[in-house]
Design a binder for this molecule. Structure first.
Ligand code: HEM
Length: 505
């Protein structure tokens, strides 16, 4: 089935009074189905070798799992007193693992599949079966292969001035002084540059379309509810909103692809690379729709926290600035007369951005340790397997919360302290900021480049003063909220930047 057809079909065929009857009937059906699912899941029994069960009913797991996942998982370990426990999400068995051998088995087990786990337990990407969900393994592999091409040294070198150009326009749109919320303004900036890097110039040059796409992806986030994830086939209001937003994103992306193909005009961007490979159109749409949101969310969150942490730690801000100034004086001496800051930064070669910024590397690493509230999700698509001696049946879901390693005081003393000088943990899989074992981030090269370029331009362009809504300096800066599993934003207004432009762009 191709659910995109569902919405127009409903609008076209359901008369108004029938629609209102449906509005009453649907919640009733939803309730009955939910009741059946919950009752059924509670009846499941525990077998020999299975992990300890969470002593909570299914009704008491769904809300906390989606709304306060960090607290929920921490409570699970506490209530069971075990390093591995299980609970039921409706009819799905979910096993949560922790500890050194638990995470080693988790990241290396052959049968554990990321896409299948993500599909059921997360569900925030646009859901278009065959395009962004229900993708066959071969199509996913092809998208990953194209992502590697999109990050070749040649492509990334081309992207350096383009990212700086976009970032400069966005910074300029903030004015010469004022106050910004880093958790709104910086993700918007990263969204713009991600559209540039992963799609085409026609979309990235159109500020209104970029804003529309961002709003649609935000709608997809907010309409990801327990019902839309666990019962995606039920026409709940959140599912219909998701469907509508997905269809709109699809239309925008599809229109841009068609226009490029029909024009026959070749341009220097990622869409052209995809078109030139003559891939199936669904691969191109899936690449852009899926990676755009995956990339922009992670880089946006990381950049917000990175710049916020630098705002709260002037000594690290100075070190970062000194590192970039040193590269500027080495590479931009000839171009600097009369050239803008973005042009000077663009004259630093890719090799230096990638390999000669140890301070930025440390800052990125520490930011990801503290402010990446990820819970890795997998489904066992192979035969029964064992994690830390505990049986994981075929078809079961398995999770590993990154807090288990990144906020572990034994591995990272005083874990909420931002300290890029920390010694690296020697424990097995002691740092998983870019994944581990058989699942490593495939967009790492692009993500790091964007983080470095945008942070460098921002720090050298703006004088930043971190304040709360009363104008006082927050000391210490607020902790990342790990219960907010996408953005880990602090409470609204607790962290703002007063800025003053110091470099004329
Ligand atoms: C700061 C930004 C980013 C961070 C911190 C990050 C982190 C991660 C992590 C931790 C994983 C493994 C997840 C798991 O084990 O459950 C992952 C996977 C992945 N990332 Fe990223 N990521 C970032 C940006 C990007 C970007 C920009 C792209 C694409 C352009 C991307 C594409 C992917 C893909 C395709 C995978 C799945 C790999 C697979 O299925 O084997 N990421 N990322």
């Amino acid at each position: 089935m191709y659910p995109l057809g569902l919405l127009p079909l409903l609008q076209a065929w359901v008369p108004e009074d029938a629609a209102s009857k449906l509005a009453v009937a649907i919640p009733g059906v939803v309730f009955l189905v939910l009741f059946w699912s919950l009752a059924d899941s509670n009846a499941e029994s525990r077998e020999e070798g299975d992990p300890e069960c969470l002593p909570l009913s299914s009704l008491n797991t769904i809300g906390p799992f989606f709304k306060t996942r960090f607290d929920f998982l921490a409570r699970g370990f506490q209530l069971t007193g075990q390093s591995v426990f299980q609970f039921n999400l409706l009819r799905n068995k979910v096993i949560v693992v922790s500890g050194e051998s638990g995470r080693r088995d988790f990241f290396t087990s052959r049968g554990l599949d990321l896409t299948e786990g993500f599909k059921v337990l997360s569900g925030a990407i646009p859901m278009l079966p065959g395009i962004t969900s229900d993708l066959q393994t071969r199509r996913i592999a092809l998208i990953h292969k194209r992502l590697a091409t999109a990050q070749s040294s040649d492509r990334l070198s081309h992207l350096v001035p383009e990212i700086l150009n976009d970032a400069e326009s966005v910074l300029r749109s903030w004015g010469t002084s004022g106050t910004i919320d880093p958790f709104t303004h910086i993700p918007a900036l990263l969204f713009q540059t991600t559209v540039r890097c992963l799609s085409c110039h026609e979309l990235a040059d159109d500020v209104a379309t970029v804003a529309r796409l961002r709003a649609l992806y935000d709608t997809l986030d907010t309409s990801t509810t327990p019902a839309s994830v666990l019962l995606p086939w039920l026409p709940s209001p959140s599912m219909l909103t998701k469907l509508y937003a997905s269809k709109k994103v699809y239309d925008i992306v599809n229109r841009a692809i068609n226009a490029r193909i029909q024009s026959g005009v070749s341009r220097d961007d990622t869409l052209q690379m995809l078109v030139d490979h003559e891939d199936n159109k669904l691969v191109i749409v899936g690449f852009i729709m899926g990676l755009l949101v995956a990339g922009a969310r992670s880089t946006g969150t990381t950049a917000s926290w990175m710049i916020t942490c630098l705002g709260g730690h002037p000594e690290w801000q100075s070190k970062a600035k000194a590192e970039i100034q040193a590269l500027l004086s080495e590479y931009s001496a000839e171009t600097s007369a009369g050239s803008s800051l973005k042009e000077q930064l663009a004259s630093i070669p890719l090799e230096a951005w990638e390999n000669r910024m140890p301070v930025f590397e440390k800052i990125i690493r520490e930011t990801l340790r503290m402010a990446q509230p990820h819970t890795a999700m997998r489904r066992n698509m192979g035969p029964e397997t064992y994690i830390n001696g505990i049986r994981v049946p075929s078809g079961a879901y398995v999770m590993y919360p990154f807090s288990d390693v990144h906020l572990n005081p034994q591995l990272y003393p005083d874990p909420w302290k931002f300290d890029p000088d920390r010694t690296e943990s020697k424990a097995s899989f002691g740092y998983v900021g870019w994944g581990g074992g058989k699942t490593l981030c495939l967009g790492q090269r692009l993500a790091k480049l964007q983080l470095k370029l945008i942070t460098a331009l921002t720090l050298l362009t703006l004088d930043l003063n971190l304040v709360d809504q009363t104008g006082r300096t927050p000391n210490p800066i607020p902790r990342p909220n790990w219960n907010d599993s996408l953005t880990c934003k602090p409470p609204k207004g607790s962290c703002l930047f007063q800025f003053q432009r110091v470099d004329q762009l």
